[in-house]
Write a protein that binds this ligand. Structure first.
Ligand code: PA5
Length: 412
């Protein structure tokens, strides 16, 4: 495993952690035995065959040939993973087809902006919704489908429409089937926030020109009970021990702006999996060094209701030298060397103030490592939720707002 977890500054006694390992292993086992619902993601990295990867890559190739923009419509688990991966591995959109995400808000301004961006250019649409009925996604789909029909006519619109949903009757599935759009199945036993390593995440990522085979190889290398033996679940254990000792917030901290959506993905994964039955750590994320000049004050001296989880990459992809003419003492050094000083400086300052810090790091960022990270956090999150006694795979609380919102919409 390329992921290292350092809990030496967590302030939690090693013997206390060791005392929880047997229980964590028992919870991990439950993910593999099939006794829990929605655990299809656990075996997905090797059940998702090379032929299925080829099929997605061929589809992506076709989309890249005929479209300048690939408009991906989805919300929550139906878009965040793909956006996190693209931002980390292809932030500048190096290939000719630009992937644009929409259908995750109700902003008319945002949709107008996308229409302006697309203009007269060729585009394809991907509608991603497990339930096939989500308001954000389906309302955006209605708008862009009309636009497409005006531009291309119904037949070409169907040819340019890709749908990822469950293979069962829903508004989206029924309409896409009737119109002949290309449908990729999302397995019935994989929930939205655990679906990044399925066509939900992989199709947009493949269109962005990223090697999805390497992502799956990374995930596959961790997809076994063996990979999480011994100390490998200590992160889940430590999170639960912090919670039991009174911490209420886990702050994920990044030192690279391209990790912002990875932070959003983590917040959804942990927040929706653990926040129920009146329990759960509230997941927050901060971007350093930017937020050291704002929230850094709170962290250092504010209410101590949180612990910190640094997520860092050892080897930067690119670096820039600061000229000798710049101010001392940073003149002549590189930006990424200074970034390392920020990581170590923050860790020291916070540890000295008694703030618990967990450090998770990878040697470098690439498709294989990111595949490992996605699977690693999914597993840690599921085990962590099970340790705290909640079902990681349901989200009954999300339904409440949908019901209330729908009654307002129907009254319009
Ligand atoms: O993780 C989840 O289950 C949710 O965040 C869903 O992904 C989100 O609500 C979107 O649902 P759907 O894919 O059914 O449109």
């Amino acid at each position: 495993m390329d992921i290292r977890v350092d809990i030496s500054n967590s302030g939690i006694d090693n013997s206390e952690i060791a005392g929880c390992r047997e229980r964590a292993q028992a919870e991990l086992k439950k993910l593999w035995t099939g006794e829990l619902h929605f655990t299809g993601w656990v075996k997905d990295p090797y059940e998702f065959t090379d032929e299925m990867i080829d099929e997605l890559q061929e589809t992506a190739e076709k989309i890249r040939k005929d479209s300048k923009y690939f408009l991906v419509l989805g919300v929550g688990g139906s878009f965040m993973g793909a956006k996190a991966v693209i931002d980390l591995l292809d932030p500048e959109g190096d290939n000719n087809t630009k992937v644009i995400f929409a259908g995750y808000n109700f902003s008319g301004r945002y949709l107008h902006q996308i229409m302006n961006t697309i203009g007269d250019s060729d585009f394809s649409i991907c509608v991603i919704s497990k339930s096939g009925s989500t308001t954000e996604t389906l309302s955006a789909y209605g708008i862009f489908k009309e636009l497409m029909i005006r531009k291309y006519g119904p037949e070409e619109t169907a040819r340019r429409t890709y749908v990822v949903t469950e293979h069962k009757s829903s508004f989206l599935f029924d309409q896409a089937s009737a119109e002949g759009a290309r449908i990729f199945d999302l397995a019935l036993d994989i929930g939205g926030r655990y679906s990044v390593l399925t066509p939900v995440g992989l199709l947009p990522v493949a269109v962005a020109g990223i090697d999805i085979r390497k992502i799956m190889e990374g995930a596959r290398s961790l997809a076994s009970e063996e990979a999480f033996k011994g100390e490998a679940l200590d992160y889940s254990i430590v999170r639960n021990l912090f919670y039991e000792k009174g911490k209420k917030i886990e702050v994920f901290e990044f030192f690279d702006p391209y990790c912002a959506y990875f932070g959003e993905w983590l917040k959804q994964l942990f927040g929706e999996s653990e926040g129920k039955d009146g329990k759960g750590l509230f997941p927050a994320s901060l971007m350093f060094s930017r937020d050291l000049h704002s929230m850094g004050q709170f962290l250092q001296q504010g209410t101590q209701c949180f612990f910190e989880t640094f997520i860092t990459v050892d080897e930067p992809g690119e670096d820039v030298q600061i000229p000798d003419s710049a101010m001392k003492p940073f003149a002549g050094k590189t930006i990424e060397k200074i970034n390392k000083c920020a990581v170590n400086g923050v860790a020291d300052a916070h540890t000295k103030a008694g703030i618990p810090v967990v450090r998770i790091s990878v040697p470098e960022m690439n498709a294989n490592v990111l595949g490992q990270m996605l699977y690693f956090f999914e597993t840690q999150c599921a085990v962590s939720a099970l340790l705290s006694g909640v079902d990681p795979f349901n989200q009954p609380g999300v339904e409440a707002y949908k019901k209330e919102m729908r009654s307002y919409i129907e009254a319009l």
